[in-house]
Design a protein around this ligand. Structure first.
Ligand SMILES: Nc1ncnc2c1ncn2[C@@H]1O[C@H](COP(=O)(O)OP(=O)(O)OP(=O)(O)O)[C@@H](O)[C@H]1O
Length: 251
């Protein structure tokens, strides 16, 4: 049996045991899959991501990266994933180049691989001229691009991408989408949370719809339409019906 690159099993968790945010959340991501995590503000997407990254401990259930929990082998799990946060977090005293070099060191990239990949990424995001800039001079979108370049420099087996499109210009969005498609082809698994449902519908292989910390439905677009009972419904229409409580799922 193929071990999923990410496996979330009956995860309940959150910030305090008195008030769990997530309730019995289970899903897998296989190599070569791009999975969209969608839900209203406060549904629990970022909380799910924090559990996957090991920033929060499960109250019950577990998260496995390539078959192992963070507790079993933190180093191996961390090496296997890269994270693009919703809000860019940069080191203000380091240039763009130093951010890339630090990432390359953390993931043990050899010099040649670093040079090839960083050049490609700088080209793709039109950031070549900003290699020696400090974050204070970057726009919001440029800061986001630095985080994306760092994550994609490493070519890990699993990408966790939190609401990546806000702040990026249309060229940047397309570059990121092209990059995700390329990494998928190389065999990476990608979990992407987003509110941009038309893009998600176009690019994701499967979807997980979260509401109040629970998975309402998950599957391919066809599977979700089937359960929703409307074969032509868009993700946007299904999502609105879920959010308004207008849906009755078929079993
Ligand atoms: N640091 C925190 N401490 C306590 N509660 C939190 C914290 N962060 C989020 N929450 C709560 O957890 C719940 C889920 O929030 P979360 O940030 O996971 O939602 P989200 O789906 O990512 O929303 P958004 O689309 O707005 O980013 C909300 O009720 C929120 O108030």
């Amino acid at each position: 049996m193929v071990v999923p690159i990410l496996s979330v099993n009956q995860l309940s968790g959150g910030y305090s045991r008195q008030r769990p945010v997530l309730h019995d959340v289970s899903f897998d991501i296989k190599s070569g899959e791009l999975v969209g995590l969608v839900g209203l503000n406060g549904a629990g997407k970022s909380t799910t991501i924090k559990h996957i990254l090991g920033l929060l401990e499960p109250f019950s259930g577990e998260v496995r990266i390539d078959g192992r929990t963070l507790k079993e082998d933190q180093q191996a799990c961390r090496q296997k994933m890269a994270y693009v946060p919703e809000l860019p977090e940069l080191y203000e005293q380091m240039t763009l180049e130093e951010h890339l070099q630090l990432t390359a060191m953390a993931y043990h990239l050899d010099r040649q691989t670093y040079q090839e990949r960083s050049k490609q990424l700088l080209d793709l995001f039109h950031m070549e001229k900003r290699l020696h800039w400090f974050p204070v001079h970057f726009s919001k979108g440029m800061r986001q691009k630095v985080m994306i370049m760092c994550a994609f420099l490493a070519h890990p087996a699993l990408y966790i991408v939190d609401e990546p499109f806000v702040g990026l210009d249309p060229l940047g969005i397309q570059s990121l989408l092209d990059l995700m498609v390329a990494m998928k082809k190389e065999g990476a698994g990608i979990l992407m949370s987003t509110h941009i449902l038309s893009t998600a519908e176009q690019y994701c292989d499967r979807f997980i719809i979260l509401q109040d910390g629970q998975i309402v439905v998950q599957g391919t677009m066809e599977e979700i339409r089937e359960k929703f009972g409307q074969k032509d419904a868009s993700l946007h229409e299904i999502y609105l019906a879920v959010a308004r409580g207008e849906n009755e799922w078929k079993q």
